[in-house]
Design a protein around this ligand. Structure first.
Ligand code: SF4
Ligand code: SF4
Length: 440
């Protein structure tokens, strides 16, 4: 049998060996953390603290009654010194609570571990996900309590835990599977319980054989959780491609994983859920891979949410002529213009590249080679979508399913003319959505 995978995709330079054997290392908190309040898809939570307030680790500092949102908690103990707009890694300024650390890391008194899974109902677990501020930690930052709640008339029959980590350079999920294996498994069981399903698959790309072996060993006596090895190919970890590879099910155009009965969660989210249930400490820190040709001592670090990239890079050391800073992976990550931006719940990587490793040169005209078409995992026609976006032909772009683009960047990566396909298509998508809203 061939390896489990999907149609299309690319094989970028993975360079995972730089950090794959670097264990998760806790990094001391900086003097100040900058905690953006909007760290989720959906409504931004509102501050619950004021300048001058003293806060403790795990204390809720922002929340809202909106369902599609997630509360935010203090990641250090200390004093709130500002609540103001600050640069964020999504490319614009957002409201942030700035806390000056007292260096004590005093936990908030209200933290309580949850009872054992057997003693909790699905509703208890859903409420716990919300209270813990859990969001998708693979980068999407979709509120987890919302994702586990199926819309009216739909239901889950399978939990998929995403351990593919198909982006180059990133190894934080690999280390989590190796070092926090029990938490990944406990979190998987918690997701099974909250959705009421009795079957789960942990999907891991074949370039992490040690993680596959360890998970299989720990699950040998368990029923209902299978570990499957996936072909190494980008974007293997994209939800729809992962579902197709593991189950053969196809999420319909414009649909969601729940339309084919699947709940997909990242391994980091599963581990964070388990740790929250076991300790009562909400999501206030995460593992971040720091790598790239301008990083002197790359590695995987456990950092407080709100830690500025610059502080982390200073700790790792910067060499050469740094030219490009990215939040996330090299394919789907977002280029940054300042290292003042802080780590948020979805920050899987901080990559810094030397000038010599950043491709230069202008885009050239399309040569109609169709390479972008061959690699598109969604079977779109990127060359036309780019043209329609540029010319404002939004009805055509919509007819050609521009909204199904998962912004994986395979088309741009493969284009011999270096055309900014994904960047232009992303803008086209935003225009199509704006037009739809206007129509409504
Ligand atoms: S069109 Fe979208 S989904 Fe297709 S390769 Fe380009 S970025 Fe990926
Ligand atoms: S890969 Fe680039 S040059 Fe080739 S068809 Fe697509 S847009 Fe044109």
């Amino acid at each position: 049998m061939g390896r489990l995978t999907f149609q299309g995709g690319v094989h970028p330079n993975y360079r995972k060996e730089i950090t794959s054997d670097r264990p998760i290392t806790p990094l001391a908190a900086p003097a100040q953390v900058i905690i953006p309040l909007h760290q989720n898809i959906g409504a931004p939570p509102e501050p619950l603290v004021a300048v001058g307030d003293l806060v403790k680790v795990g204390q809720k500092i922002a929340d809202t009654e909106a369902f599609v949102s997630a509360p935010v908690h203090a990641s250090v103990s200390g004093k709130v010194v500002a609540i103001e707009n600050r640069p964020s890694c999504i490319g614009k300024e957002v409201l942030a609570v700035v806390i000056e650390s007292d260096g004590q890391d005093t936990p908030w008194e209200g933290l309580q571990p949850y009872p054992a899974l057997e003693e909790m109902s699905p509703d208890d677990l859903r409420q716990a996900l919300r209270e813990g501020g859990l969001v998708g930690m693979g980068g999407a930052m979709f509120p987890t309590h919302v994702k586990v709640t199926p819309p009216e008339g739909k239901k889950f029959d399978l939990v998929i835990i995403n351990g593919s980590e198909c982006e180059g350079y990133l190894t934080c999920d690999h280390r989590i599977m190796l070092e926090w294996t029990e938490d990944v498994i406990y979190g998987t069981k918690a997701f099974m319980k909250v959705t009421g399903v009795d079957k789960a698959i942990i999907g891991v790309e074949a370039n992490k054989p040690d993680a596959i072996e360890l998970l299989r060993e720990k699950l040998a006596a368990e029923e209902g959780i299978e570990v499957k090895s996936l072909e190494v190919k980008y974007p293997q970890g994209a939800e729809k491609q992962l579902i197709k590879a593991l189950t053969g099910r196809e999420v319909p155009s414009g649909g969601l994983p729940v339309d084919v009965g699947c709940l997909v969660q990242n391994v980091g989210t599963a581990a964070a859920f388990a740790q929250y249930l076991k300790t009562g400490m909400p999501l206030v820190e995460r593992v971040v891979t720091v790598s790239g040709s301008s990083v002197e001592n790359p590695g995987n670090f456990l950092v407080k949410i709100g830690t500025p990239f610059g502080y982390i890079l200073e700790h790792c050391g910067v060499v050469g002529e740094p030219k490009k800073l990215i939040a996330g992976g090299p394919m789907m990550g977002v280029a940054q213009i300042t290292a003042e931006v802080p780590v948020v719940k979805g920050t899987s990587g901080i990559l810094l590249f030397d000038k010599k490793d950043v491709p230069a040169g202008d885009a050239r005209p399309c040569v109609r080679c169709a390479k972008c078409v061959d690699v598109c995992p969604v079977q779109l026609l990127p060359l036309f979508l780019m043209d329609y976006s540029l010319k404002g032909m939004l009805h055509r772009a919509e007819e050609y399913h521009i909204l199904d683009c998962i912004e994986c960047g395979c088309c741009s990566y493969t284009c011999p003319s270096r055309r900014p396909l994904v960047q232009t298509i992303r803008m086209g998508k935003a225009d199509v959505l704006a037009r739809r809203r206007k129509r409504q």
